[in-house]
Design a protein. Sequence first.
Length: 337
Amino acid sequence: MLNNKTVLITGGTGSFGKKFIETILNRYPDVQKIIIFSRDELKQFELKQKYPPYELPQLRFFIGDVRDQNRMIQACEGVDVIIHAAAIKQVDTAEYNPTECIRTNITGAENVIQAALQCGVKDVVALSTDKACAPINLYGATKLASDKLFTAANNIKGSKNIRFSVVRYGNVMGSRGSVIPFFLAKKKDGVLPITHTDMTRFNISLQDGVNMVMYALENHLGGEIFIPKIPSYNVLDVAKAVAPMCDIKVVGIRPGEKLHEEMITDTDSLNTIDLGKYYAILPSVSFTYTEADYLKHHKAEKVPFGFKYNSGTNTEWETVEGLRDLIKEHVDPNFIV
Protein backbone atom coordinates (compact mmCIF):
# COMPACT_ATOMS: atom_id res chain seq x y z
CA MET A 1 0.00 0.00 0.00
CA LEU A 2 2.79 2.47 0.84
CA ASN A 3 5.62 0.98 -1.21
CA ASN A 4 6.91 3.50 -3.77
CA LYS A 5 4.84 6.22 -2.07
CA THR A 6 5.90 9.42 -0.31
CA VAL A 7 4.31 9.81 3.13
CA LEU A 8 4.24 13.00 5.22
CA ILE A 9 3.47 12.84 8.97
CA THR A 10 2.66 16.10 10.73
CA GLY A 11 3.64 15.97 14.38
CA GLY A 12 5.90 13.14 13.27
CA THR A 13 8.14 13.20 16.36
CA GLY A 14 5.26 12.49 18.77
CA SER A 15 4.32 9.10 20.22
CA PHE A 16 2.08 8.19 17.29
CA GLY A 17 4.48 9.50 14.65
CA LYS A 18 7.39 7.44 15.94
CA LYS A 19 5.33 4.25 16.05
CA PHE A 20 3.92 4.95 12.59
CA ILE A 21 7.42 5.42 11.15
CA GLU A 22 8.57 2.16 12.73
CA THR A 23 5.55 0.33 11.30
CA ILE A 24 6.03 1.72 7.78
CA LEU A 25 9.69 0.71 7.74
CA ASN A 26 8.81 -2.82 8.91
CA ARG A 27 5.86 -3.38 6.56
CA TYR A 28 6.80 -1.30 3.52
CA PRO A 29 10.56 -1.50 2.95
CA ASP A 30 10.18 0.05 -0.50
CA VAL A 31 8.51 3.23 0.73
CA GLN A 32 9.93 6.03 -1.37
CA LYS A 33 10.11 8.73 1.28
CA ILE A 34 8.86 9.48 4.80
CA ILE A 35 8.74 13.18 5.64
CA ILE A 36 8.73 13.86 9.37
CA PHE A 37 7.20 17.30 9.81
CA SER A 38 7.34 18.92 13.26
CA ARG A 39 8.45 22.10 14.99
CA ASP A 40 10.67 20.55 17.69
CA GLU A 41 14.28 20.38 16.52
CA LEU A 42 15.42 18.48 19.64
CA LYS A 43 12.92 15.67 19.06
CA GLN A 44 13.94 15.54 15.41
CA PHE A 45 17.60 15.34 16.45
CA GLU A 46 16.80 12.48 18.85
CA LEU A 47 14.86 10.62 16.16
CA LYS A 48 17.79 11.01 13.76
CA GLN A 49 19.94 9.12 16.27
CA LYS A 50 17.58 6.17 15.96
CA TYR A 51 17.30 6.49 12.17
CA PRO A 52 20.64 7.86 10.88
CA PRO A 53 20.33 9.47 7.41
CA TYR A 54 23.22 7.40 6.04
CA GLU A 55 21.28 4.21 6.86
CA LEU A 56 17.79 5.44 5.95
CA PRO A 57 18.05 8.16 3.31
CA GLN A 58 14.31 7.84 2.62
CA LEU A 59 13.61 9.61 5.93
CA ARG A 60 13.46 13.40 5.62
CA PHE A 61 13.19 15.76 8.56
CA PHE A 62 11.29 19.00 7.99
CA ILE A 63 11.18 21.70 10.64
CA GLY A 64 7.85 23.46 10.28
CA ASP A 65 4.57 24.36 11.89
CA VAL A 66 1.13 23.44 10.55
CA ARG A 67 0.14 27.06 11.27
CA ASP A 68 2.46 28.14 8.43
CA GLN A 69 0.61 27.45 5.19
CA ASN A 70 3.55 28.26 2.90
CA ARG A 71 5.83 25.83 4.73
CA MET A 72 3.07 23.23 4.67
CA ILE A 73 2.76 23.57 0.90
CA GLN A 74 6.54 23.25 0.50
CA ALA A 75 6.53 20.07 2.58
CA CYS A 76 3.68 18.53 0.55
CA GLU A 77 5.36 18.77 -2.86
CA GLY A 78 5.41 15.28 -4.36
CA VAL A 79 3.61 13.74 -1.38
CA ASP A 80 1.11 10.89 -1.91
CA VAL A 81 -0.16 10.38 1.64
CA ILE A 82 -0.56 12.73 4.62
CA ILE A 83 -1.10 11.56 8.18
CA HIS A 84 -2.07 14.59 10.25
CA ALA A 85 -1.10 13.99 13.88
CA ALA A 86 0.05 17.48 14.93
CA ALA A 87 -2.10 19.07 17.64
CA ILE A 88 -2.15 20.83 20.98
CA LYS A 89 -3.62 17.99 23.04
CA GLN A 90 -3.44 18.75 26.76
CA VAL A 91 -6.89 19.75 28.04
CA ASP A 92 -5.65 22.17 30.70
CA THR A 93 -3.07 23.71 28.34
CA ALA A 94 -5.80 24.41 25.78
CA GLU A 95 -8.08 25.97 28.43
CA TYR A 96 -5.31 28.36 29.51
CA ASN A 97 -4.05 29.09 25.97
CA PRO A 98 -7.21 28.99 23.86
CA THR A 99 -6.01 31.07 20.92
CA GLU A 100 -2.87 28.96 20.49
CA CYS A 101 -4.96 25.78 20.55
CA ILE A 102 -7.31 27.17 17.89
CA ARG A 103 -4.41 28.25 15.66
CA THR A 104 -2.81 24.81 15.73
CA ASN A 105 -5.84 22.52 15.77
CA ILE A 106 -8.22 24.42 13.46
CA THR A 107 -6.13 26.77 11.32
CA GLY A 108 -3.46 24.06 11.10
CA ALA A 109 -6.06 21.58 9.84
CA GLU A 110 -7.19 24.01 7.16
CA ASN A 111 -3.56 24.55 6.09
CA VAL A 112 -3.04 20.80 5.73
CA ILE A 113 -6.20 20.52 3.61
CA GLN A 114 -5.23 23.40 1.30
CA ALA A 115 -1.67 22.09 0.90
CA ALA A 116 -2.99 18.61 0.06
CA LEU A 117 -5.38 20.02 -2.55
CA GLN A 118 -2.69 22.18 -4.14
CA CYS A 119 0.03 19.52 -4.24
CA GLY A 120 -1.83 16.54 -5.70
CA VAL A 121 -1.88 14.42 -2.54
CA LYS A 122 -4.03 11.27 -2.91
CA ASP A 123 -4.89 10.24 0.67
CA VAL A 124 -5.22 12.24 3.88
CA VAL A 125 -6.03 10.73 7.28
CA ALA A 126 -6.34 13.03 10.29
CA LEU A 127 -6.09 11.84 13.89
CA SER A 128 -8.88 12.86 16.23
CA THR A 129 -9.90 12.07 19.82
CA ASP A 130 -12.85 10.86 21.82
CA LYS A 131 -12.94 14.37 23.32
CA ALA A 132 -14.23 15.64 19.95
CA CYS A 133 -17.48 13.78 20.57
CA ALA A 134 -19.98 16.07 22.35
CA PRO A 135 -17.06 18.26 23.53
CA ILE A 136 -17.09 20.13 26.83
CA ASN A 137 -13.53 21.49 26.64
CA LEU A 138 -11.70 23.62 24.09
CA TYR A 139 -9.39 20.83 22.98
CA GLY A 140 -12.37 18.65 22.10
CA ALA A 141 -14.17 21.57 20.42
CA THR A 142 -11.15 22.37 18.22
CA LYS A 143 -10.78 18.72 17.23
CA LEU A 144 -14.48 18.53 16.37
CA ALA A 145 -14.01 21.58 14.14
CA SER A 146 -10.94 19.92 12.63
CA ASP A 147 -12.92 16.71 11.99
CA LYS A 148 -15.63 18.72 10.22
CA LEU A 149 -13.02 20.46 8.05
CA PHE A 150 -11.47 17.18 6.96
CA THR A 151 -14.74 15.38 6.26
CA ALA A 152 -16.13 18.38 4.35
CA ALA A 153 -12.90 18.75 2.33
CA ASN A 154 -14.12 15.89 0.12
CA ASN A 155 -16.84 18.22 -1.15
CA ILE A 156 -14.40 20.87 -2.40
CA LYS A 157 -11.88 18.62 -4.15
CA GLY A 158 -13.48 19.04 -7.56
CA SER A 159 -11.96 16.63 -10.07
CA LYS A 160 -8.90 15.94 -7.89
CA ASN A 161 -8.28 12.30 -7.00
CA ILE A 162 -7.98 12.75 -3.23
CA ARG A 163 -9.74 11.35 -0.18
CA PHE A 164 -9.89 12.91 3.30
CA SER A 165 -10.89 10.85 6.35
CA VAL A 166 -10.57 10.91 10.15
CA VAL A 167 -9.74 8.31 12.81
CA ARG A 168 -11.08 8.88 16.32
CA TYR A 169 -9.96 6.82 19.29
CA GLY A 170 -9.49 6.91 23.06
CA ASN A 171 -6.57 7.19 25.45
CA VAL A 172 -3.41 5.73 23.96
CA MET A 173 -1.71 3.44 26.44
CA GLY A 174 1.73 4.77 27.39
CA SER A 175 1.61 7.95 25.30
CA ARG A 176 3.27 11.05 26.69
CA GLY A 177 1.15 12.75 29.35
CA SER A 178 -1.25 9.80 29.74
CA VAL A 179 -2.29 8.26 33.03
CA ILE A 180 -0.16 5.10 33.10
CA PRO A 181 3.26 6.82 32.73
CA PHE A 182 2.00 9.41 35.23
CA PHE A 183 1.13 6.73 37.80
CA LEU A 184 4.41 4.89 37.17
CA ALA A 185 6.31 8.11 37.93
CA LYS A 186 4.21 8.80 41.05
CA LYS A 187 4.58 5.25 42.36
CA LYS A 188 7.75 6.10 44.28
CA ASP A 189 5.89 8.75 46.30
CA GLY A 190 3.54 6.17 47.82
CA VAL A 191 0.44 8.19 46.86
CA LEU A 192 -1.44 8.21 43.55
CA PRO A 193 -3.68 11.22 42.82
CA ILE A 194 -7.03 10.12 41.35
CA THR A 195 -9.47 12.60 39.85
CA HIS A 196 -12.58 10.50 40.55
CA THR A 197 -12.97 6.86 41.57
CA ASP A 198 -15.75 6.29 38.99
CA MET A 199 -13.87 7.84 36.05
CA THR A 200 -13.55 5.66 32.94
CA ARG A 201 -11.70 5.94 29.65
CA PHE A 202 -11.39 4.01 26.42
CA ASN A 203 -8.06 2.22 26.06
CA ILE A 204 -6.03 1.53 22.90
CA SER A 205 -2.41 0.60 22.34
CA LEU A 206 -0.18 2.75 20.16
CA GLN A 207 0.20 -0.11 17.67
CA ASP A 208 -3.56 -0.59 17.43
CA GLY A 209 -3.89 3.14 16.75
CA VAL A 210 -1.34 2.84 13.94
CA ASN A 211 -3.10 -0.26 12.56
CA MET A 212 -6.35 1.68 12.48
CA VAL A 213 -4.79 4.45 10.41
CA MET A 214 -3.45 1.79 8.02
CA TYR A 215 -6.97 0.35 7.77
CA ALA A 216 -8.37 3.80 7.01
CA LEU A 217 -5.78 4.39 4.28
CA GLU A 218 -6.62 1.10 2.64
CA ASN A 219 -10.42 1.26 2.94
CA HIS A 220 -11.62 4.86 3.13
CA LEU A 221 -13.90 6.34 0.51
CA GLY A 222 -13.58 9.84 1.96
CA GLY A 223 -15.46 11.71 4.67
CA GLU A 224 -15.70 8.93 7.25
CA ILE A 225 -14.77 9.14 10.91
CA PHE A 226 -13.43 5.69 11.80
CA ILE A 227 -13.84 4.52 15.40
CA PRO A 228 -12.35 1.34 16.90
CA LYS A 229 -14.14 -1.20 19.06
CA ILE A 230 -11.94 -1.10 22.15
CA PRO A 231 -12.25 -1.83 25.89
CA SER A 232 -12.69 0.68 28.69
CA TYR A 233 -10.90 0.88 32.02
CA ASN A 234 -11.74 2.41 35.36
CA VAL A 235 -8.99 4.77 36.50
CA LEU A 236 -9.06 3.17 39.95
CA ASP A 237 -8.25 -0.21 38.35
CA VAL A 238 -5.28 1.43 36.59
CA ALA A 239 -4.02 2.61 39.99
CA LYS A 240 -4.46 -0.90 41.43
CA ALA A 241 -2.65 -2.39 38.45
CA VAL A 242 0.33 -0.03 38.69
CA ALA A 243 0.78 0.28 42.45
CA PRO A 244 -1.67 -1.59 44.68
CA MET A 245 0.40 -0.72 47.74
CA CYS A 246 0.04 3.05 47.22
CA ASP A 247 -2.52 5.22 48.96
CA ILE A 248 -5.17 6.89 46.80
CA LYS A 249 -5.78 10.62 47.02
CA VAL A 250 -8.94 11.87 45.29
CA VAL A 251 -8.11 15.33 43.89
CA GLY A 252 -11.27 16.07 41.90
CA ILE A 253 -12.08 16.29 38.19
CA ARG A 254 -9.97 18.88 36.41
CA PRO A 255 -11.52 21.74 34.42
CA GLY A 256 -12.85 20.49 31.09
CA GLU A 257 -12.75 16.79 32.00
CA LYS A 258 -15.64 14.32 31.65
CA LEU A 259 -16.39 11.48 34.03
CA HIS A 260 -16.82 9.18 31.01
CA GLU A 261 -15.75 9.67 27.40
CA GLU A 262 -17.91 9.17 24.33
CA MET A 263 -16.98 8.28 20.77
CA ILE A 264 -20.44 7.98 19.22
CA THR A 265 -23.51 9.84 20.48
CA ASP A 266 -27.06 8.65 19.87
CA THR A 267 -27.39 11.45 17.30
CA ASP A 268 -24.19 10.31 15.54
CA SER A 269 -25.69 6.82 15.36
CA LEU A 270 -28.07 7.98 12.63
CA ASN A 271 -25.06 8.08 10.26
CA THR A 272 -23.01 5.26 11.82
CA ILE A 273 -22.30 1.87 10.28
CA ASP A 274 -20.71 -1.25 11.74
CA LEU A 275 -17.70 -2.44 9.75
CA GLY A 276 -16.91 -5.36 12.05
CA LYS A 277 -13.69 -4.35 13.78
CA TYR A 278 -14.52 -0.64 13.50
CA TYR A 279 -17.42 1.75 13.31
CA ALA A 280 -17.61 4.56 10.74
CA ILE A 281 -19.61 7.76 11.08
CA LEU A 282 -20.49 8.79 7.54
CA PRO A 283 -20.60 12.48 6.57
CA SER A 284 -23.98 14.15 6.88
CA VAL A 285 -23.34 15.87 3.53
CA SER A 286 -21.59 13.88 0.80
CA PHE A 287 -21.50 14.23 -2.97
CA THR A 288 -19.17 11.24 -3.35
CA TYR A 289 -21.42 8.33 -2.36
CA THR A 290 -24.73 7.49 -0.70
CA GLU A 291 -25.12 5.56 2.52
CA ALA A 292 -26.49 2.64 0.51
CA ASP A 293 -23.38 2.70 -1.72
CA TYR A 294 -21.13 2.63 1.36
CA LEU A 295 -23.01 -0.24 3.02
CA LYS A 296 -22.82 -2.27 -0.18
CA HIS A 297 -19.13 -1.47 -0.76
CA HIS A 298 -18.09 -2.63 2.73
CA LYS A 299 -20.79 -5.31 3.13
CA ALA A 300 -21.59 -3.49 6.37
CA GLU A 301 -24.67 -2.84 8.50
CA LYS A 302 -26.16 0.23 10.17
CA VAL A 303 -25.99 0.39 13.95
CA PRO A 304 -29.34 0.20 15.79
CA PHE A 305 -31.38 3.37 16.21
CA GLY A 306 -30.33 5.21 19.39
CA PHE A 307 -26.97 3.40 19.64
CA LYS A 308 -24.26 5.20 21.60
CA TYR A 309 -20.66 4.33 22.43
CA ASN A 310 -19.57 5.50 25.88
CA SER A 311 -16.62 4.40 28.04
CA GLY A 312 -18.89 4.13 31.09
CA THR A 313 -21.49 1.86 29.44
CA ASN A 314 -19.06 -0.12 27.29
CA THR A 315 -19.53 -3.91 27.25
CA GLU A 316 -15.79 -4.69 27.16
CA TRP A 317 -13.53 -3.87 30.13
CA GLU A 318 -9.88 -4.17 31.06
CA THR A 319 -9.17 -6.06 34.31
CA VAL A 320 -6.44 -5.24 36.81
CA GLU A 321 -4.44 -8.31 35.78
CA GLY A 322 -5.04 -7.61 32.11
CA LEU A 323 -3.83 -4.03 32.55
CA ARG A 324 -0.61 -5.29 34.14
CA ASP A 325 0.05 -7.51 31.12
CA LEU A 326 -0.66 -4.60 28.76
CA ILE A 327 1.64 -2.25 30.70
CA LYS A 328 4.45 -4.79 30.42
CA GLU A 329 3.77 -5.29 26.70
CA HIS A 330 3.18 -1.70 25.59
CA VAL A 331 4.63 0.66 28.19
CA ASP A 332 7.44 -0.79 30.29
CA PRO A 333 8.84 -4.30 29.62
CA ASN A 334 10.55 -4.19 33.03
CA PHE A 335 7.33 -3.39 34.89
CA ILE A 336 6.74 -5.25 38.14
CA VAL A 337 4.13 -4.56 40.81
